[in-house]
Design a protein around this ligand. Structure first.
Ligand code: B12
Ligand code: SF4
Length: 281
C-alpha cells in the first residue's frame, strides 16, 4: 500500500473493502483482490484503473466507476435498499462546487510528504497518452475560491505545515477563465519578483532559520576558490550591486544568528545573482 502494510487485521473485520488504483498499480491491486477473495470479503472498486479498464475486473462485486460524486450515492442508496448491482457508471460530469472537503482524519498525515487539493477537473486538449479526458472530460470544472480556502484552512487547523500539492489536470487549460494576456502578465510578475533582492534574500533568511541539516561526517575543507568567490561576492553584490543592503543584512544576520551556515548564505546570495541574470536574459 502507499504508506503502510495491509494486514489481515485490516481486512478481516470489514464488510466491504473499497479499492482505488491507477493502471500502474494493477499488480499490487490484483494481490489485494486475491486476498479479499480468499477471505470472502466483498469489494467495491473505483478510480482511474477501474474506470478506464472495468472489463478486466468481472470478479469484483461492485464497480463504482467515474467520479464518486456522480455514482457512489446511487450505490450506497441501493446498498441501503438491498438491491445493488454490478456496474455503476455515469455520463454526467459532477459540479465540483458540490464536492465536500476530504476527511483528513481518516489518514495519518505524519506519513505523507504533501497533502493534495484539487481545484479543477477536465482538460480541453486530447493528448493520446493521457487518460484525463476519459476520466474527467474536456470541459474544465472548478471549485469555488471559498472551497479552496476552506480546504487549506482545514489542513492548517489539523496541524499541517508542510507542502500542498494542487493536483489539477490542466491548471491553465481553461481559456475562458484565464486568457493569454492574464497568463503572460502573471508570468512576467513572477519573473520580476521571484529573484528580486527584496524577496529572494527574505526567502534565504526564512530558509536558514528553519534549516536543520544532519551533522556532517567529514569537516568542510575550504579551498582558495571559496575565498575568491566570497571576495568577488563582496565586490559584485555588496559594493557594486543594487542589492548591497540586502546582502549585508544577510551577512550580519547569518553571523549573529546562524554563523555555521555562513558559507551557505554566501552561496545562496551568489545563486540569486545568477538567477537574476538568467531572468534578465
Ligand atoms: C496527483 C497525481 C499524481 C501524483 C500523486 C500524488 C499523491 N501522492 O497522491 C503523482 C505525481 C505522484 C502521480 C504519479 C503518477 N501518475 Co498520476 N495523477 C495525479 C492526478 C493529476 C490527480 C490525482 C488526484 O489526486 N485526483 C483527485 C482525486 C479526488 O480524484 P481521483 O483520485 O481520480 O478520485 C476520483 C474518482 O477517480 C473516483 N474514485 C477514485 N478512487 C475511487 C475508489 C472508489 C471505491 C470509488 C467508488 C471511486 C473512486 O472518485 C474520486 C472523486 O471523484 C491524476 C489526474 C486526475 N485528474 O485524476 C493523475 C493520474 C491519476 N496519474 C496517472 C499516471 C499514469 C501516473 C503515473 C503512472 C505517471 C508515471 N508514468 O510515472 C505515476 C504513478 C505513481 C505510482 N507509482 O503510483 C494517470 C492514471 C491513468 C490510469 N487510468 O490509471 C492519471 C489519470 C493522469 C493521466 N494523465 O492519465 N500522479
Ligand atoms: S491533462 Fe495535459 S496531458 Fe492530459 S490531455 Fe490535458 S494537456 Fe494533454
Amino acid at each position: 500500500m502507499n504508506v503502510s502494510v495491509l494486514t489481515e487485521d485490516d481486512l478481516e473485520w470489514a464488510d466491504y473493502v473499497f479499492i482505488s488504483a491507477m493502471v500502474v498499480q494493477k499488480k499490487s491491486t490484483m494481490e489485494v483482490i486475491r486476498r479479499c477473495e480468499k477471505l470472502g470479503i466483498k469489494m467495491v472498486a473505483g478510480g482511474p484503473l477501474f474506470t478506464s479498464r472495468y472489463e478486466e475486473f468481472e470478479d469484483i462485486n461492485h464497480l463504482v466507476l467515474n467520479e464518486a460524486e456522480g455514482t457512489l450515492p446511487y450505490f450506497l442508496d441501493d446498498l441501503k435498499k438491498g438491491c445493488t448491482h454490478h456496474i455503476y457508471t455515469s455520463k454526467e460530469w459532477p459540479d465540483l462546487r458540490e464536492t465536500p472537503p476530504p476527511q483528513w482524519e481518516l489518514i495519518n498525515m505524519k506519513k505523507y510528504d504533501s497533502m493534495c487539493i484539487q481545484y479543477s477537473r477536465g482538460c480541453p486538449f486530447n493528448c493520446e497518452f493521457c487518460d484525463v479526458v476519459v476520466l474527467n472530460g474536456h470541459k474544465p470544472r472548478t471549485k469555488s475560491k471559498d472551497q479552496i480556502l476552506e480546504e487549506l484552512e482545514v489542513l492548517y487547523s489539523r496541524g499541517w505545515r508542510s507542502s500542498v500539492f494542487f493536483v489539477d489536470d490542466n491548471f491553465i487549460g481553461n481559456r475562458k477563465r484565464l486568457n493569454i494576456e492574464t497568463l503572460m502578465n502573471g508570468y512576467k510578475k513572477i519573473l520580476n519578483t521571484i529573484y528580486s533582492p527584496k524577496h529572494y534574500y527574505k526567502r534565504v533568511i526564512t530558509f536558514l532559520k528553519g534549516y536543520k541539516p544532519k551533522p556532517l561526517k567529514k569537516k568542510i575543507n575550504l579551498k582558495f576558490s571559496n575565498f575568491k568567490a566570497f571576495l568577488k561576492s563582496i565586490w559584485l553584490l555588496g559594493i557594486k550591486g543594487k542589492e548591497r543592503l540586502h546582502y549585508w543584512k544577510l551577512i550580519s544576520w547569518t553571523l549573529v544568528r546562524r554563523p555555521r551556515f555562513f558559507h551557505l548564505a554566501i552561496s545562496l546570495a551568489i545563486y540569486g545573482f545568477h538567477f537574476r541574470k538568467i531572468v534578465e536574459i
